[in-house]
Every structure is written in structure tokens, then in C-alpha cells.
Design a protein around this ligand. Structure first.
Ligand SMILES: [Zn+2]
Length: 686
């Protein structure tokens, strides 16, 4: 029996639209439920504990804690010994950002709509930090990976959000993050505090520091866990020392790591225990030491923190209730159109729906080796929530184009590259677990493509298409790679194939148009671009190609307005702003020119060389003080220095500066062919 059918997708889209209705069962608290207040007065401020949340990236449930295999984690164990350790805790998604968004919002991805890394959480969803801040908490976050950088939406409610990954770094070590957190704690205010620390070390590549590198030479992943645990101990100790009063602590994994289980090396593509089953411990006020075997979702971290703070008590893990836990792994669906993967855990039974149904007793068989779906008595227990789980619309979940090239590179270097095109949802789509041989190839191909290694990526994409000929993303990437190498014939063959696979796809039209644009075949590109932009005025590559086209056609005003819109859709570099300033200046659009030059200067003042242009523009706007400052910045080495002196002298007269006569004399003295006549004719100088 196939429970999920391709024809499902339309219903599913409607289901997503109605997610707040469904959310009542999917994510208690999704639609304002978490506003439920305690009856009676909130506890007095001094009784409320300071709260430490430590999220442990890429940490398998069986790789940390007293039952861990192959590694000792004394810091984690010490917290576990005085709190509740949940032995059946589950991430909502086996990827960093969506999993953290669930912990911070209390929602399943169907509720918060972030199914993959590289997306941005919508501002409408309240975050636990905002709620705690509103309740009088001081808030601070220290995260260790670009995947959680401020731009992705989790910084709301944090007075300080140290993503420490600027300056080209994509991650930082637990030691560095701990140092930053400890420095903060040393001068933290006396109010109740909410501190979130995120460690990223166990994430691939596995390069633990010494002495763990040597000690765990054969199992470097566990070496990363051990190194992280050492830092965890430091942050817990410092936090408790600082808290003085009661302290509450939650330690939780965001997802695990495949390490070869079920053929998956890393995480994100499958929905088995290796990546979904995570460590979870809570310790603090109202928590008696225990180990619990009832399945819980890590989204309950949100409810638990609110409970500790006296904001809302519903759903708290301090009093965990039996529920059917849900989870999803939509990346292969959203990127390649493979089967969407949903799971439920109900008591010991885990059910996976990804095309065919799979059922496991994960307590007796944590390796998920014996599929029990053929056992009628067990099969009868499939929770209804599994079938009701809303699958996201591939179009709605498209890769955001707001990511600039640097952000894409950063994510790619961490192993995450979003698809460029919405996938083809098709009959008999492959089950991700049957495609494990391709994961590494796809990851490698994505990395090479982002790095612009087109020659190397082509054989990999061909390999993917041999196995999965309906993979639209791979077809378009192959077409684009051929196009970038200037191979017109093979590129067009692939674009034609893409059009056959997905005749209505705006992605196909757009990438084909970009190919024509690349080859300067503007008459072919123009109608396609116009068509794409009519339907999707914000498709970044299309706006960009159209801006270039309009400029080449001499329709410079249109080019200027397209570029200005483009730079509201994605960040622009200093060079791009400068270029736009010059373009706007060439058609006497003073205001856009000024804005563009100022933006370029703000981004990179050291390399900014358009102060003369700025001075002239400000002068023409009669903004004399700004003109003066800009012209004063023009160095004597600038080829337009004589012009700058002339303009500066004009400004000096207009500002009635005391040294205006000396400035006129200086302009005369340095005059060149371009300025000599202007100076002699200038009435201001008379
Ligand atoms: Zn992660």
C-alpha cells in the first residue's frame, strides 16, 4: 500500500495553507496556544531561574551520556544525573536550522515553514527568546555555525546574538564559543538570564583538537563529542556560578549523524534513528532525577523554557505527557522530487512514510533492521497523524534567492546547497532510502557547482541523471554547466530535455533565458525574461539578466531601476553599488547615483574612489557641506584632482569659507586642460 501518492501534492498544498487548522494536532501551541497562561500569579522575579540552553549539533543519542558507546562525556552525564534524561527524544528535522527553529518556536516544520537550511524564519512566529525577554529575562546567544547566523531569523529576542562566524569563517570551535559565552557571563547582569549556547564541533569534517585527535584517531567523530563535552562542562560551571539563585539547564541535540547507518554518511537525507534520535536532558527547579522512555519531540524545549520562566506551563517536559511524536526529512523531496519522508513515534513503534510504509520497534531494534509493517497487529497501530502530516509545496519551499553568492558558498562549505529549481513531483518517485548511493555524488556536485568548477561537475551530474532521469535540478544544473563552458549544443540539448520534463516550469524558462543571455543571444533571451518577470517579478537571476539586457539596449533608466530593485532582493557588493552609481550618473539620475555611491562607500571606504563624483553630485543638489566633505577626501594622486580643487573652490565660495580665496588660487595653480577654462569663466570666482 502506498499512502503517499504523487496526486497528493495539490491536496497537500491546500493542507499547507490550512496548516494552522491542522497545527492544533501537529503542534499544540502553533496558533497562539502557547499564550495559555498559568492560573494564579506568575512567580516572583527572584524565584525564576536563570536558564541555560545548550544545543549540541550533529550529536547522536548513542554518542553522548552514560550509555554512550566509545566515548565518555562526564559533563553531560553530570547534568543528566540530576535531571531528567529522555532516552527517546526526537528532532523534528535532521537539519540544523529547521530543528533549532522547532526548539525556539515549539512548532513542527509544518507550523513554522522552515524545512531546510538557508531559509529565513518568518517574523510572525514568536520565539522563546522574545517571550522570555518580554517576561523580564536578559537574553544572549552564542552560536557556532553560519547555518544559524542572524540573517536566518533566530536572533529575535536576544539582546546580544553572537554568531561569531563573520570574517569568512563558517563555524567556530566549542572552545571559542565557550570563551565568548564566559566573557559575557563574567559581566552578566543580575536579572534572570536566558543564555543559549550552540556547539557545532561534531559536524563534518571531524577534526577534534588535541588531545582528542590522538585519543580518538580511529573515531574522530567521537573525539569531537569528547572535546565538546569538555567545553560544555566549562559553560555549565560558569553559568551556575553566575546564576547564584536557581538555575535551569536544557541540553539537546539538533540531529544526529548517519555515520554509515542505512548508507547515509552525514545527515539530512534520511529519517532513521541515527539522525532523528537525539540526546535530551533537562535539569533544574521542579525536576527530579529520572530517565524517561516515553517519546518526546525536541520542540518541547520551547514549552519547557516558558514553563521554567513562569510564562506558560502547557507541554512542558517537566511533566511530559504521552503523545505521538512527529518528524520529517523533506530535503530529498524539495530538492529532487523524491518521496517526502514523515515519521511518527508512538511508544516503541516508529513508522516511516516515504512511499512504502516502514515500521520498527526502535527500543528493541534501534538499528531499524526489522521492518514490522507486514505484521498486521502492529500495522494496525499506524497513527492517523502520519497520513495527516502536511507535505510542503515544492514551489513554496524553493531555495531563496535572497542568499548572496557568499552565503551560498558558506552553506556549501558546510555541505548544504539548496536546489535552484522546484522539483518535478511525479508518480513512482524514488524512495530516498533507495538512492543512498547518490547522496555523496549530489553533495559533491553541489559544492563544485557553487565553486564554479563546471568541467568537474558535468560527469557527476550525468551520473545522477543515469540513476534519476527525472531530476529536474540535475538537468538544469547540467545545462547550466555546459552553458557556462560555452558548449552551445550540449547545453541546448539539456534545456530541451528540461522543457520536456517540466513544460510549465518557470525555472526552465528562466535558466534557458539565462543561457541565451550568457551567449549574448539577447533577442532569444528577451521574451523569456519578460515572461518570467511578469509572473515572478522578484526572481533574482531574471532581474539581473534583464538589467544587463536593458543596459546593452541603451535603455539605461530601466537598467537603473531594475538594478535598484535587484539590490533590495539580494545584497550588492561595493563594486556593484559603484557601478550602479556611475550608471545612474550617466543618465543624470542624481538621487539614485548619490545613494549608490554612498552605499559603496559604506561597504568599503578604503577602496572607494568616487569621492569626486559624490562631490559633484552633492554640489548639483546644493548640499554644500556634504559636497565639501566628499571633495576633501579626493587624494592628490587622483587623476581628477584638479577638478576636485576647482569644485572645492566653488563650494568654498558658496559656503562663504574664510579661506575661499586661497582655495581659488590653489585650483588655478593645479589647473589642467579640463579645468583651466572653467576656472577663468567661473563667475563665483570673480
Ligand atoms: Zn545541526
Amino acid at each position: 500500500m502506498v499512502l503517499w501518492k504523487p496526486g497528493h501534492s495539490l491536496e497537500v498544498r491546500r493542507a499547507v495553507a490550512a496548516v494552522c487548522v491542522l497545527a492544533s494536532c501537529l503542534s499544540m501551541g502553533a496558533c497562539g496556544g502557547s499564550q495559555e497562561r498559568r492560573t494564579g500569579p506568575a512567580p516572583a522575579a527572584e524565584a525564576r531561574p536563570s536558564i541555560l540552553l545548550v544545543t549540541l549539533d550533529t550529536t547522536r543519542a548513542d554518542s553522548i551520556g552514560p550509555e554512550a558507546r566509545g566515548v565518555r562525556t562526564p559533563a553531560f552525564d553530570a547534568v543528566a544525573a540530576r535531571g531528567i534524561r529522555f532516552r527517546q527524544a526526537y528532532a523534528t528535522v535532521p537539519e540544523t536550522l529547521p530543528s533549532h527553529v522547532s526548539m525556539m518556536t515549539g512548532l513542527y516544520p509544518a507550523g513554522h515553514q522552515v524545512h531546510e537550511n538557508g531559509r529565513t524564519l518568518a517574523a510572525a512566529h514568536p520565539l522563546v527568546a522574545e517571550q522570555l525577554q518580554h517576561a523580564g529575562y536578559r537574553t544572549a546567544a552564542f552560536v557556532s555555525s553560519f547555518t544559524l547566523a542572524r540573517r536566518f531569523g533566530l536572533a529575535r529576542g536576544f539582546e546580544s546574538y553572537d554568531d561569531g562566524v563573520s570574517g569568512g569563517e563558517q563555524e567556530r570551535s566549542a572552545r571559542e564559543t565557550t570563551e565568548a559565552a564566559l566573557a559575557f557571563l563574567a559581566k552578566a547582569p543580575a536579572q534572570p538570564l536566558f543564555l543559549w549556547v550552540h556547539y557545532f564541533d561534531p559536524h563534518y569534517p571531524y577534526t577534534p583538537p588535541e588531545p582528542y585527535r590522538r585519543r580518538f584517531a580511529a573515531t574522530p567523530y567521537l573525539g569531537e563529542i569528547a572535546a565538546m563535552d569538555e567545553q560544555l562542562g566549562r559553560v555549565v560551571a560558569a553559568f551556575e556560578q553566575r546564576a547564584k539563585g536557581p538555575a535551569a539547564i536544557a541540553l539537546v541535540g539538533d540531529h544526529g549523524e548517519g555515520l554509515g547507518d542505512h548508507g547515509e554518511a552525514l545527515h539530512g537525507n534520511l529519517i532513521y534513528q541515527s539522525t532523528m534520535h537525539v540526546p535530551l536532558v533537562i535539569a533544574g527547579p521542579g525536576v527530579a532525577p529520572a530517565t524517561k522512555d516515553l517519546p518526546v519531540s525536541t520542540r518541547r524545549v520551547h514549552h519547557t523554557l516558558l514553563d521554567w520562566a513562569g510564562v506558560a506551563a502547557t507541554g512542558s517536559l517537566r511533566r511530559p505527557e504521552t503523545e505521538v511524536v512527529l518528524g520529517e526529512a523533506m530535503k530529498p523531496f524539495l530538492e529532487y522530487g523524491w518521496q517526502p519522508q514523515v515519521m511518527t513515534v508512538d511508544g516503541p513503534h516508529k513508522t516511516i512514510l516515504a512511499g512504502p510504509l516502514e515500521m520498527y520497534d526502535v527500543v528493541a531494534d534501534p538499528g531499524e533492521t526489522r521492518d514490522l509493517s507486514g505484521v498486521p497487529a502492529i500495522r494496525a497501530k499506524v497513527p492517523g497523524a502520519l497520513r495527516d502530516y502536511p507535505v510542503p509545496s515544492p514551489a513554496a519551499a524553493r531555495a531563496p534567492e535572497t542568499l548572496d553568492a557568499e552565503a551560498r558558498k558558506s552553506l556549501a562549505s558546510l555541505g548544504y546547497v539548496s536546489a535552484g529549481a522546484a522539483p518535478i513531483v511525479r508518480k513512482g518517485a524514488p524512495r530516498p532510502a533507495d538512492m543512498v548511493g547518490l547522496f555523496a555524488v549530489i553533495d559533491r556536485a553541489s559544492g563544485l557547482l557553487v565553486a564554479g568548477e563546471y568541467g568537474k561537475v558535468i560527469p557527476l551530474l550525468q551520473q545522477i541523471l543515469e540513476r534519476d532521469p527525472f531530476n529536474l535540478d540535475a538537468v538544469l544544473r547540467l545545462a547550466t554547466a555546459q552553458s557556462a563552458l560555452g558548449r552551445e549544443g550540449p547545453a541546448m540539448e539539456m534545456f530541451r530535455r528540461a522543457a520536456e520534463l517540466a513544460p510549465a516550469s518557470p525555472d526552465v524558462r528562466m535558466y534557458t533565458a539565462l543561457h541565451y543571455a550568457r551567449g549574448r543571444q539577447w533577442p532569444l533571451a528577451e521574451p523569456l525574461l519578460e515572461e518570467v518577470l511578469k509572473t515572478f517579478p522578484d526572481r533574482v537571476p531574471a532581474v539581473e539578466a534583464m538589467a544587463t539586457l536593458r543596459e546593452r539596449q541603451g535603455r539605461v533608466e530601466e537598467a537603473v531601476s531594475l538594478r535598484r530593485r535587484l539590490y533590495t532582493l539580494r545584497p550588492a557588493t561595493a563594486i556593484e553599488w559603484t557601478r550602479l552609481g556611475e550608471l545612474a550618473m550617466s543618465v543624470e539620475q542624481t538621487a539614485p547615483a548619490l545613494e549608490s555611491f554612498e552605499r559603496a562607500r559604506a561597504l568599503d571606504s578604503r577602496r572607494f574612489q568616487q569621492d569626486l563624483e559624490l562631490g559633484v553630485l552633492y554640489l548639483s543638489e546644493r548640499r554644500f557641506p556634504e559636497a565639501r566633505d566628499a571633495l576633501d577626501r579626493v587624494p592628490a594622486s587622483h587623476p581628477g584632482y584638479p577638478m576636485a580643487l576647482f569644485k572645492r573652490a566653488q563650494v568654498s565660495v558658496l559656503l562663504n569659507e574664510p579661506d575661499r580665496a586661497a582655495r581659488i588660487a590653489k585650483a588655478r595653480q593645479h589647473a589642467d586642460g579640463a579645468t583651466r577654462g572653467l576656472i577663468e569663466r567661473e563667475r563665483l570666482f570673480k
